[in-house]
Ligand binder design. Structure first.
Ligand SMILES: [Zn+2]
Length: 276
């Protein structure tokens, strides 16, 4: 007779748990994440949170050692909710950061899910949309380009694959078949971002390397090629789930594609810097 891993009572022959015990456990975990996200979203007193989470643990037989993971997960969920409607406001950013320090969560706790990076990206986009150039987070990374005088790097993307489109017959677009002029910047929140994955069979891979989004140019440097594109020469910008496609003015200009897995951020970033 096996014992249920959740309640410890007999689970029956060849069984390791009662399905209702497992369901209750899973429900407890999701209630904990929701509780954390709600607390951050509503700005409720943080001092009561741990005791509420302990009550959920008790009710659903969840070990209290799960609490820290749920604080981390709930933080990411609150961020997603903040980003869902519009830009991350300063007040929302403040609540996330107060929560992080209240529960002594480190960058290493929050970043494995990508949530911390996403929060930094969201804050940078908010500034750019308002016309303020954000300062690149200090990472100690060397900038592998020679910037134009007076120019600054806004964001470095270290692992970017560069492609050009094989033919001009079909535009590699998101929802539209015509690229979107960059002259009018606009912000797409993650839920409204409609980029499709790139179709790499319609493109030629010309190298992999680092892309730099600077105040006046887009830079790329790979094993064989290094170039920069002035924003004023970019006629349109297309969103992709996993990257960005830009086209310059000119009859022979082919769409240039930068793929780094972060379409939402890089598209919003370039489109809003390029219009200024
Ligand atoms: Zn049980």
């Amino acid at each position: 007779m096996g014992k249920c891993t959740y309640c410890g009572n007999s689970a029956g022959l060849f069984r390791r748990f009662h399905s209702e015990c497992r369901d209750s456990f899973e429900k407890g975990l999701s209630r904990m994440t929701e509780k954390v996200a709600d607390t951050i979203e509503k700005g409720t007193d943080l001092n009561d949170l741990i005791s509420s989470l302990r009550e959920i643990c008790l009710e659903h037989r969840v070990p209290e050692t799960s609490i820290k993971d749920k604080l981390i997960e709930g933080w990411g969920r609150a961020l997603d909710r903040f980003l869902d409607d519009s830009l991350l406001t300063e007040e929302e950013e403040g609540r996330l950061s107060a929560f992080k320090s209240h529960f002594d969560l480190s960058d290493d706790d929050l970043d494995p899910s990508g949530a911390l990076t996403k929060a930094a990206q969201a804050a940078a986009l908010r500034d750019i949309v308002r016309g303020v150039m954000p300062h690149r987070p200090e990472t100690g990374e060397r900038i592998p380009f020679t910037l134009k005088r007076g120019e600054e790097i806004v964001w470095l993307f270290p692992d970017v694959h560069y492609y050009v489109q094989k033919t001009d017959l079909e535009y590699l677009g998101g929802s539209s078949t015509i690229g979107v002029r960059v002259a009018d910047g606009v912000y797409f929140h993650p839920g409204a971002f409609r980029g499709k994955p790139l179709k790499t069979d319609e493109t030629v891979h010309l190298g992999s390397g680092t892309m730099g989004v600077a105040t006046k140019h887009l830079y790329f440097t790979g094993e064989r090629i290094t170039f920069r594109i002035p924003y004023r020469k970019i006629i349109c910008c297309d969103q992709h789930e996993d990257g960005l496609c830009v086209t310059r003015y000119g009859p022979s200009a082919k769409p240039q594609i930068f793929r780094n897995g972060e379409g939402w951020f890089v598209y919003n970033l370039v489109r809003n810097i390029a219009k200024t």
